[in-house]
Every structure is written in structure tokens, then in C-alpha cells.
Design a protein around this ligand. Sequence first.
Ligand SMILES: CCCCCCCCCCCC(=O)SCCNC(=O)CCNC(=O)[C@H](O)C(C)(C)COP(=O)(O)OP(=O)(O)OC[C@H]1O[C@@H](n2cnc3c(N)ncnc32)[C@H](O)[C@@H]1OP(=O)(O)O
Length: 231
Amino acid sequence: MGPRGGISRCPCGRKLLTVCLSRSIQAAGSQLGQSKDYALPNASWSQDMLDLYNRFLDMTKDGLWKRIPSYNNILDHIPESMKLTYEKRKDTRLFLRSIDAEGAGFEYVMFLNTSEKRVVCLFQPGSYLEGHPGFAHGGSIATIIDSTIGSCAISVAGKVMTANLSIDYVNPVPLGSVVLVDSKADKVEGRKVFLSCKMQSVDGNTLHAEATALFIQLDATKAQKQQASCQ
Ligand SMILES: CCCCCCCCCCCC(=O)SCCNC(=O)CCNC(=O)[C@H](O)C(C)(C)COP(=O)(O)OP(=O)(O)OC[C@H]1O[C@@H](n2cnc3c(N)ncnc32)[C@H](O)[C@@H]1OP(=O)(O)O
């Protein structure tokens, strides 16, 4: 099994996909399948979100930044050619894409800068993410941070999992506002990837959260055990 993932067989004989988002992230900017790409503007996006999106899209023109497509099923993040060889599990969804109503859940788009080892996420939390009245639930903030940092870790080290995520919640995030989640890989030591992240308002005047994380690159033995346990 290469660092990009692939297909293997469970002890029960069922074909399983060793999911590795790195393929999708490395191919950022290109549509790999026919499924809907949710990391594109929709009617729920505020003007702030659209302006920021257009600003980042401009930055993709010289190739330094790439937009990361976003599908609701993890298997859509791998190339078409591999899809024919396994059964797609339609009953699962990526957590961030679990709410159908436009604008109600996680509205987001991520941009990758490989040379800076950085992923920036534009995030507009919807009304179903409420914690305290009018504000995003801390779990939703942790989710978007984990996913942004995670995408950054995947771009650096391939198949990884979160081992530690530490968040300081500094200022609440109003529902419907737009925040920038800016993550970067600070250090790689063997299988360990250390990352940091800031969540800030669009004008940069409000720090909403700061985080550090440790992601561990999976070794083959560990990956096989995890596949076996998902029978
Ligand atoms: C495009 C689509 C986008 C879509 C969005 C995609 C983004 C998805 C991101 C979501 C990510 C997740 O939610 S992941 C889900 C949440 N995380 C999990 O469920 C992980 C559960 N934990 C595990 O499976 C395991 O503990 C691992 C894989 C993390 C590590 O296990 P392992 O591989 O056996 O490694 P192990 O030998 O224990 O440790 C290796 C080294 O790391 C150190 N280490 C291990 N854990 C820790 C720790 N918590 N804090 C400090 N250090 C640690 C060890 O001391 C050791 O150091 P030394 O002795 O070598 O020095």
C-alpha cells in the first residue's frame, strides 16, 4: 500500500478502500468525479464569503494556491479509474457535508499552498451549528479546525490521523459570519506532523480561536488493523 492509499481486502473478503485524501488534495483544483463539488459559491454565501472566495481564486492563477474540491462522500475524493473496482458506500457522508440545506451547516472552501505547507479555509457557520444563542457551537469550531489542519497534514504527510488537537477559544463566532481558518505545518519529525492554526475574522481584527495539533502518519500495520476493525 503506497502512501496515497488504495484498495485492499478485509479479512471478511469485502473489498475496502484505504481512504487517503492526499490524492484529492494533491489534485486540488481539478474535479475528479462527477459528484457535486460543494466548495463552490451557492445562494447562501454572504458578500463577505464571496469577496474572500474571489480573492483566493485570484491567488490560484499563478498556481501557488489551489482550491480543494469538496464532495459529500469520501470515495468521491479518489480518481474515477479506481472507483470501478469497489462498491461505493452510499450510506456514509463526510461529517462536514452532513447537512443538506444550503447555508444551514458548514459552508466552507479550502485553499492549499503546497510550498508554504499551508491550508486556509473560508468558513461561514450556519444556523444548525448553534451553541450559545446566535453563536457557533465549540464542537463545530473544533470540527472545521480539525478538518483544515487535517487537510494541511495530509498534503504534507499523506495518510494521517489526528492524535492531539488543542484549541483556545478566544472570541465566539457569530452564526452567518465569515471567518478565516489559517493552518500551517510547522514541523515534521518522523511520522509526527506538528501544526498550528488561527481562526480570525475577515478584517483580521478579531481572533476567534487558536489551535495546535499533532497528526501521526499511519504505518501500514496500523492501517491494516483499522481496516479489519471496520467490518
Ligand atoms: C479533501 C477532503 C477533505 C476532507 C477533510 C479531511 C480532513 C480530515 C481530518 C479529520 C481527522 C480526524 O478526525 S482523525 C479522527 C480522530 N483521531 C483518531 O481517531 C485517532 C485515534 N488514534 C489512533 O488511531 C492512534 O493513536 C494514532 C494513529 C494517532 C497513533 O497510533 P500509532 O500509529 O500506533 O502511533 P504510536 O506508535 O502510538 O505513536 C507514534 C509516535 O507519536 C506519539 N504520539 C502518539 N499519540 C500522541 C499524542 N496524543 N500526543 C503526543 N504524542 C503522541 C507517540 O509517543 C510516538 O512517538 P515516538 O515514540 O515515535 O517519539
